[in-house]
Design a protein around this ligand. Structure first.
Ligand code: NAD
Length: 372
C-alpha cells in the first residue's frame, strides 16, 4: 500500500507458518520496502503472486498490516479469514462489509492485553518501535548531542528530554533517550509507572500533591480523564519545565478518546530555539498545540514539532519482523493440530477477543476476558 512499508509475513515467519501446515504466498514486491526481496521469500518456500487481486482470490487466510479497503473486503468470500489491523471501533462500514461477505476477521488491535496474549500484542510491538523511533527522529532534528561531553573544544551539557506518558511507547522512548545519554524526565498520570521509569535511569516528575496524581489512574492499567485540578497542576509543572527541556516526546492517550492536550501553545513558545517536540498522539488529535498530523512544522521561535503517524513504517524491517511474529503466534493458536486447518475457537478468550466478525455476525465489541 502507498505510504506503508511494513509487510505482514517475512521469509522467517513464512517458514514457521509452513511448519503449521500452510502453503504461503505473497504479492510480488510486498516485502521490498522492508528489505525482504521476492527471492528471499522464494527461498523460504513462498509462492510469489503477480497481483494482490489474484492473491486474495486464491488464499483462505489473508494477513495484512493496514485496515483493509472496501475493494479488499469485497474480495473476501464466506469462511475466509482476514488477520489485520481493522479499527473496529471506528469502522462500522468495514465490519458490515466483512460480515455480509461471511469473512471471519481477526483485528490485531483487539488482542486482549493479558499475559498469555503478549506474544500476539501487535499494538505493543508497534508502540515500542514508535517510542524508540520518536527519539531517533528527535535526535535527527536536534542540532546537538544527547550526551554531555567534555572536549578540548569545550564542555557540552547533556540534552534534557521529557517523555509525557509512560506506557509502552513512552517507556521505549525513555530507554532510547537514556541510552543515548540524555538527562531524561518522564511524567504519567499513573503513579505506578514511577518505579519502571526510575529503573530505566530516568527521573519521574511528581506533582506537588502526590495524592492527586492517582486521580488520573483508572482500572485495567489505562488512564482516565484527569480532574480539572489535577490537569492544572500538571500544566503548571509543564510550564515550569518548558524553558529547561530540549526535547519533548508526548505519548499520552486515553482509550476511545481524543488525546488530551497537554503541551500548550505557551509552553511551545517558552522552549528554547532548536528544541524538538515529537507528538506520538498526533493520530488521535495530538497532545501538543501546534502539531500537524503527518507533518513537521517549525514554529516562529524555532521549535520543531513532529506529528508523523508512521513511525513503525519508518523502521519497516524491524516492525515487519515483530508484526509477522505476532501474526505467526496468532496462527499457531488458531492451528492446534498443526495441520494447515484453522480452528476458530470462540471459547478461547484471546481468539474471541480479537474476532470482530464471525460466521456472518459482527462479534465486536467482545465480552470482557475471563482470564487476567
Ligand atoms: P496508552 O497508549 O493508552 O497511553 C499511553 C500512556 O499515556 C499511558 O501510560 C497513560 O497512563 C498515559 N496518559 C494518559 N493521559 C495522560 C496525561 N494526561 N498525562 C500523562 N500521561 C497520560 O497506554 P499503553 O502503552 O497501551 O499501556 C497502557 C497500560 O497497559 C500500561 O499499564 C501497560 O503496562 C499495560 N499493558 C499491558 C500489556 C499486557 O499485559 N499484555 C500489554 C501492553 C500494555
Amino acid at each position: 500500500m502507498k505510504g506503508e512499508a511494513r509487510v505482514a509475513m517475512t521469509p522467517d515467519s513464512a517458514k514457521q507458518l509452513q511448519k503449521l501446515g500452510y502453503d504461503c504466498a505473497i504479492e510480488t514486491g510486498a516485502g521490498q520496502l522492508a528489505g525482504f526481496s521476492d527471492a528471499a521469500y522464494e527461498e523460504a518456500g513462498v509462492e510469489i503472486v503477480k497481483t494482490a487481486a489474484a492473491l486474495w482470490k486464491t488464499s483462505d487466510i489473508v494477513a495484512k498490516v493496514r485496515i483493509p479497503t472496501d475493494t479488499e473486503l469485497k474480495r473476501m468470500t464466506a469462511g475466509k479469514t482476514l488477520i489485520s489491523f481493522f479499527n473496529p471501533g471506528g469502522n462500522e462500514e468495514g465490519l458490515e462489509l466483512a460480515r455480509s461477505k461471511g469473512a471471519n476477521v481477526i483485528a490485531m488491535e483487539m488482542v486482549p492485553r493479558i499475559s498469555r496474549a503478549q506474544k500476539m500484542d501487535a499494538l505493543s510491538s508497534m508502540a515500542n518501535i514508535a517510542g524508540y523511533r520518536a527519539v531517533i527522529e528527535a535526535g535527527n532534528n536536534f542540532g546537538r548531542f544527547f550526551t554531555g561531553q567534555i572536549t578540548a573544544a569545550g564542555k557540552v551539557p547533556p540534552a534534557k528530554v521529557l517523555v509525557v506518558g509512560a506506557g509502552v511507547a513512552g517507556l521505549a522512548a525513555i530507554g532510547a533517550s537514556t541510552s543515548l545519554g540524555a538527562v531524561t524526565y518522564a511524567f504519567d498520570v499513573r503513579p505506578e509507572v514511577a518505579e519502571q521509569v526510575e529503573s530505566m535511569g530516568a527521573e519521574f516528575v511528581y506533582l506537588d500533591f502526590e495524592e492527586e496524581q492517582q486521580d488520573g489512574a483508572a482500572t485495567g492499567g489505562y488512564a482516565a480523564v484527569s480532574s480539572p485540578e489535577f490537569r492544572e497542576a500538571q500544566l503548571a509543572k509543564f510550564r515550569e519545565l518548558a524553558p529547561e527541556v530540549d526535547i519533548v516526546i508526548t505519548t499520552a492517550l486515553i482509550p476511545n478518546r481524543e488525546a488530551p492536550k497537554l503541551w500548550l501553545e505557551d509552553m511551545v513558545a517558552a522552549m528554547k530555539p532548536g528544541s524538538v517536540i515529537v507528538d506520538l498522539a498526533a493520530e488521535k488529535g495530538g497532545n501538543v498545540e501546534g502539531t500537524v498530523m503527518d507533518e513537521k512544522v517549525v514554529t516562529d521561535n524555532g521549535v520543531t514539532i513532529i506529528g508523523y503517524t508512521d513511525f513503525p513504517s519508518r523502521m519497516a524491517a524491524q516492525s515487519s519482523t515483530l508484526y509477522a511474529t505476532n501474526i505467526r503466534h496468532m496462527m499457531t493458536d488458531l492451528t492446534p493440530e498443526k495441520d494447515g486447518q484453522i480452528v476458530h475457537d470462540m471459547e478461547d478468550d484471546v481468539i474471541r477477543g480479537a474476532t470482530v466478525t464471525f460466521d456472518k455476525e459482527i462479534t465486536f465489541p467482545p465480552p470482557p476476558p475471563k482470564v487476567q
